[in-house]
Design a protein. Sequence first.
Length: 301
Amino acid sequence: MICPYCRREQEDSFICKDCGIDINGYLKTHPEREADFYQSLGAKTRVPAFPLKSIVNIILLAGVVFFILGFFLKDRLPEVSQILPATLQDPVQIETDSPPFEKQVDGITYTITPLYRYELNGMVVSYNHSAAFYDFYHKWWNDFINIKDICVLWGENLKSDVYQHLEFSSGSFTCYYRWPNREIGKRFNCDCLSNNHLLSDTPAVNQAIMGAGIGDQIHLKGYLVRYSHANGTFKRSSSTTRTDKGNGACETIYVEAFKNLKPANPFWKKAYHFSGYAILICLALLAAFFVREILPPRHGA
């Protein structure tokens, strides 16, 4: 193959290794060179190459489609028929005489006092990552052992489709829920919902907790606790009943074991995640192509 611009012979490639031009693009603006170029290929008719830029554009379009679909479908709550029997049970709370213990996370030493043994099965309906950029409270308090809050339903709220009609969201330390009308509100049992501050310093447990998403049916086991640290006056306790409301009603749990019993919408969660990366990579490649097109080609010697 001979480059139509610098006339250098090279391997079969539509990007010249000597002057760097895109040969297809060059021939579009210099059609008078096409005959000579394709004759140099030993071909009487043009056999166009499929440009890399077109492939990137196709991947970008597919990425945008899957990203949008994933955004709307990844957080769908499962149907009643998909609810596991284990999540219909009430949490288990047992008195304990376990002594206080210390844990160190990010250079902060926390004193943790167990109040009760605690075990919970349920469905995650919203969550808050404590390390999120908008959650400045945990940074102010040097509270790095509370890695995530999850709002969980169980029992009566999962026996019917009532949960499908509510809206759930999480703040830095609060779970919010709203029903559309009084009839739905009467069917919803507020005592079968809890906002859970999850404490952990074990990598495997951390990974399982952070991987839990909306609609996932989970099991966790550990202690209801109160905890504090020496770097300030910070301290937090836990609710020890499921019937309280308002400030102080959240469960604070030191988690020893966490399992995702049944992930919800795993395909769409992965599609949303990977399509986001694909979009960023494609945009970077298209930016590189644009820069290359506006720069003048290098001349051969």
